[in-house]
Design a protein around this ligand. Sequence first.
Ligand code: PGA
Length: 254
Amino acid sequence: MRKKIAAANWKMNGTLTEARQLAEALVHASFSLHDHQQVVICPPFVYLMMLREMFAQQPHWHIGAQNCFTEVSGAYTGEISAAMLASIGVEYVIIGHSERRQYFHETGDMLARKLDVALQHGLKPIFCCGEPLDVRQQEGQDAYVLQQLQDSVFHLSAEQLSRLVIAYEPVWAIGTGLNATPEQAQQMHAFIRSCLAEQYGAEIAQSLTILYGGSLKAANAAELFACPDVDGGLVGGASLKAAEFIQIVHALSA
Ligand code: PGA
C-alpha cells in the first residue's frame, strides 16, 4: 500500500518557545494512524534536534529539514549538509520548494545535486514541483512540471527514485488561500505518475507517494486526500496552528 503523508512545512516561522508549544500540542493530541500513514514535521534547522527528541516516542511521526546544501562539507559559510542532517537523526528533507527556486535561485541542476547528496546520506527527499500562475493560465502546466522532473529527477536510478516523495505544489496556490481544486490536483498527480511510469515503469510509479501542497487546510484536506492519486499533503500556513494541523492529520487517517 502506498505511504500516505501529512507533512508540515513551518518555513521560517516561530521562536524557540513558539516551536516548542506547537510541537507539544501535536505530541499530546491523539491520533490513530495506520502503518502506511505518517506525519513529517519540517521545522527551521535550529529546532530539528529538539523536535526529534520530542517526537522520539511517536512511531508514525518523523522529522524533516526544509533544505540542504549541494556539498557534503567545506567552506560554505551558513550552509547545512545532508550528512549533518542524517547525523542528528533527521529522516526527510524538502528539496526544490518553489520559495527556494524563486528567492534563492535554485536551478534544476542544483536540485539534482541536492537529491543526490540527500539520497547518498540516507535521507528521504520530498521533491517539490509545480507551475506558476502564468503557465497555468496558458495551460502549460504539464510540460512545465515534466521539465522540472527531467531536470532534477530523471537521472536517478529506480532504486533511488523509490526513496523519493514528490510534492506537487502549484506556485499560484502557495500561501494565497487559493488551493487547486480536487480535479486539478488529481489531474496533475495522475500526469506526474504517468511520467514516472514512462520513465521507470508502472510498478514503481504506482508505489510512489505524491503529496499536494498549496493552501491546504482543515476545510479542504478531506476532499483533496480523497483523490486517488493524492497521497497526502505538504502544509505550510495551516501547519502553524496546532488545531488546524491536527484536523489535517485526522483527514489523512480517516
Ligand atoms: P501553504 O504552503 O500551505 O501556506 O500554501 C505550502 C508550502 O509552501 O509547502
